[in-house]
Write a protein that binds this ligand. Structure first.
Ligand code: UD1
Length: 371
């Protein structure tokens, strides 16, 4: 059988690496093609992370780049369709919830190729979030759905997905984390490499959601809160390109530099693991980081009103902090006083999710491709 796998944006890479490794180990008879859509194109967003994960070079890069949602999604579909027809895979495997996920799933489904979705069934319930739309649509287009947390199954059943299509595989992002943790770069080393001293204790901040960073007023309010917090806890802030552009445009960058906030470029995966592991507290609006901090038992404040990953709050070390600056600062101070939530490890976040996916997929191929 021939399986075509899609990567597009940085968080896809940590999910795909263990999947390819599991197929290579458990099912070498499956031919794998790897296509990069080029949604993320910066070296900082890509090359180092490929190297850190030992992810092989894609067979092809569609180089779609950025654009409005419609432009980007349409461009991915336009460029991907002939590639899909040319490679003629038996199935296409997509991960996560980025625009490339839904774009490639739609092309494949229309061409009659089965779609496999890894990280199915996550729902924030918030349709203002572009990723929520991508999640709902991708799951509707998928033939085989692998979930990362137990609650995702109920979300899929509610949307009419047949239960025999759903498999609780566990979290592939945590497969990568557990595999790479021994290689994590110590914070001292990565900060020195970027020209900074490492504070004895620190908080780690990441922000890139359009709802938090695209509106100048909203971003300024959040940054004011972070400036306030930084007098008690120095903050390390690797800045996503989307956020960097807004900080520069609004002049906020200058204000941050007057406080104990270290602005860093997008980091490699092993650097990020080291910084998360060493943090007193992580503040983020990322999906993956909510999961990674839960796996590490590091307290996390999620700067959003909802999460599609509720197990990180119910069982893990995550707290939904909302976006009100005063409330965030007060929750952060509480973590500093009490040490914060440590949580426990959710079911199947055990480093073997990709193996479950490879095994179930081979079984599924055997049933479908039987003469
Ligand atoms: C995308 C995903 C988001 C994911 C995030 C991880 C969608 C809808 N969003 O958001 O779910 O959490 O990736 O990073 O698919 N840019 C660069 N270099 C790059 C990529 C982007 O400079 O390599 C800049 C461009 O100015 C671009 C902006 O970032 O306009 C946004 O990029 P885009 O791919 O649209 O979405 P992300 O914000 O990265």
């Amino acid at each position: 059988p021939h399986l075509l796998c899609i990567v597009a944006a940085r968080p896809n890479l940590m999910k795909m690496a263990p999947i390819l490794a599991a197929f290579a180990r458990l099912a070498p008879q499956v031919r794998i093609s790897l296509v990069h859509t080029g949604q993320h194109y910066d070296t900082a967003m890509n090359a180092q992370v490929f190297a850190d994960l030992g992810l092989r070079e894609p067979d092809l890069n569609l180089e779609v780049g950025s654009g409005s949602h419609a432009q980007q999604t349409a461009e991915i579909m336009r460029r991907y369709e002939p590639v899909h027809q040319d490679l003629a895979p038996h199935a296409v495997l997509v991960v996560g919830d980025v625009n490339s996920t839904v774009a490639c799933a739609l092309v494949a489904a229309k061409l009659g190729t089965p779609v496999i979705h890894v990280e199915a069934g996550l729902r924030s319930g918030d349709r203002a979030m572009p990723e929520e739309i991508n999640r709902v649509l991708t799951d509707q287009l998928s033939d085989l759905l692998f979930t990362s947390e137990a609650g995702a199954r109920a979300n899929l059943l509610r949307e009419g997905i047949a239960q025999e299509r759903i498999h609780f595989a566990g979290n592939v992002m945590i497969d990568s984390l557990l595999r790479q943790l021994p290689e994590a770069v110590p914070p001292l080393v990565s900060l020195r490499a970027h020209g900074h001293d490492c504070p004895a204790t620190y908080g780690l901040l990441t922000l890139h959601r359009p709802s938090n960073v695209d509106d100048a007023g909203r971003l300024a309010a959040l940054m004011d809160a972070m400036c306030g917090l930084s007098s008690q806890l120095p903050l390390l802030f690797p800045v996503h390109p989307r956020t960097r552009a807004m900080l520069e445009k609004t002049g906020l960058e200058r204000r941050l530099r007057e406080h104990a906030i270290v602005l860093l470029p997008p980091l490699g995966y092993l650097e990020m693991l080291g910084l998360m592991q060493g943090a007193r507290l992580v503040l983020t609006d990322s999906g993956g980081i909510q999961e990674e901090t839960t796996a590490l038992g590091v307290p996390c404040l999620t700067l959003r009103d909802n999460t599609e990953r509720p197990v990180t709050v119910d069982e893990g070390s995550n707290t939904l902090a909302g976006t009100d600056p005063a409330a965030i600062v007060s929750l952060a101070r509480q973590v500093l006083r009490t040490g914060g939530k440590r949580g426990r490890i959710p079911q199947h976040w055990d480093g073997h999710a990709a193996e479950r996916i490879a095994t179930a997929t081979v079984q599924w191929f055997a049933e479908r491709l039987a003469p």
